[in-house]
Design a protein around this ligand. Structure first.
Ligand SMILES: Cc1cc2nc3c(=O)[nH]c(=O)nc-3n(C[C@H](O)[C@H](O)[C@H](O)COP(=O)(O)O)c2cc1C
Length: 310
């Protein structure tokens, strides 16, 4: 059984992944938030420090891209290979309207011909077979995947990660595990399940329902509770150990961010994102986050975080 960290733009960046891996080492795989093409086949955001090898040593890392052209996919995979990455993930799930309009992200789900063209060129022109897909059920309806899965089945896709919502649902509403079941039975590639796994119990229920699924992706649940992958795997910590590990996690994260961003204003944005999800769950979390929402100079932040870490 594998537990993998979901890509979450602005949260599961290289500094977060590095600190989590260093302290907990409990994810089996990581995905970068997506890179999108700028004009001239360059990347938005920049590849570095996202793909800095030294910050990504612990577990396999798969770069993700958003595109609707075979050219950019192939260009990217070659560039990633130069940096030592042999797998790439194509985003077919992002619900941003700007992307949908341009037949990108989840927009690709409604374009089986285009997807066929992209995959055809990709597998003809590259020797790298490590291409995985991350997708939703559809844009407006939860059965739109029925037109795409047969296309994916025709190619040696490594894995299909499914977040069983429609793009219209964005990140809320109910996760449709019934439709996931149908999809996973029709898909001839290994399937990873993803969506609203917020506790060990959520995981156990899903694993009992889908014994044929051996890989689960977790995003917001793990950001809110960095112990979640350990807890799913049955690793238990005492209260003291938990406090100690969390302090260490924060310390490594802060240090790593500081090394890359000596200017505090930049570093502070990263500290804000570190606390956003944990404080959503915490008692008085909204009130505590309010202070961070404004701005704290470095010294104020140290006082604030010391209080949090007691
Ligand atoms: C703020 C935010 C940013 C996200 N960025 C990405 C992204 O860059 N690429 C991607 O494939 N999914 C992205 N996702 C979707 C997550 O990877 C995941 O599929 C979704 O949050 C459901 O899983 P969860 O309930 O475990 O968080 C994002 C989600 C959120 C909330």
């Amino acid at each position: 059984m594998k537990i993998v960290l979901a890509p979450i733009q602005s949260y599961t960046h290289t500094f977060y992944r590095y600190a989590h891996a260093k302290v907990f080492n409990s994810f089996d795989k990581y995905y970068t938030p997506f890179f999108e093409e700028n004009s001239n086949n360059s990347w938005k955001p920049a590849l570095l420090p996202e793909l800095n090898r030294e910050l990504n040593l612990q577990a396999p890392l798969v770069p993700q891209i958003v595109t609707n052209t075979p050219e950019f996919l192939i260009h990217s995979v070659r560039k990633f290979a130069e940096l030592g990455f042999n797998e790439i993930n194509l985003n077919m799930g992002c619900p941003f309207p700007m992307l949908l309009k341009r037949k990108k992200g989840a927009g690709l789900i409604q374009e089986p011909k285009l997807v066929e063209e992209i995959l055809n060129s990709f597998f003809k022109q590259t020797s790298i077979t490590g291409l995985s897909i991350k997708m939703r059920l559809g844009v407006n309806n939860s059965d739109e995947w029925e037109k795409i899965i047969p296309v994916l089945n025709d190619f040696p896709v490594a894995e299909v990660i499914v977040h069983p919502r429609t793009a219209k649902q964005n990140y809320g509403g109910v996760v449709n595990w019934d439709e996931f079941e149908k999809l996973s039975e029709r898909c001839s590639h290994p399937v990873t399940g993803n969506g609203d796994i917020n506790s060990r119990q959520d995981y156990i229920s899903l694993q009992n329902r889908f014994p044929h699924i051996s890989s689960w992706m977790i995003g917001r649940g793990a950001l809110a509770d960095p112990f979640l992958p350990d807890s799913i795997k049955g690793v238990k910590y005492s209260e003291d150990e938990r406090r100690e590990l969390f302090v260490k996690f924060h310390e490594v994260y802060l240090q790593t961010v500081n090394n890359s961003f000596p200017v505090w204003n930049h570093a502070f944005n990263y500290m804000r994102s570190f606390w956003y999800y944990p404080l959503q769950k915490a008692e008085n979390g909204q009130r505590l986050y309010k202070k961070l929402k404004k701005y704290l100079i470095r010294e104020e932040y140290i006082v604030w975080s010391n209080e949090m870490l007691i």
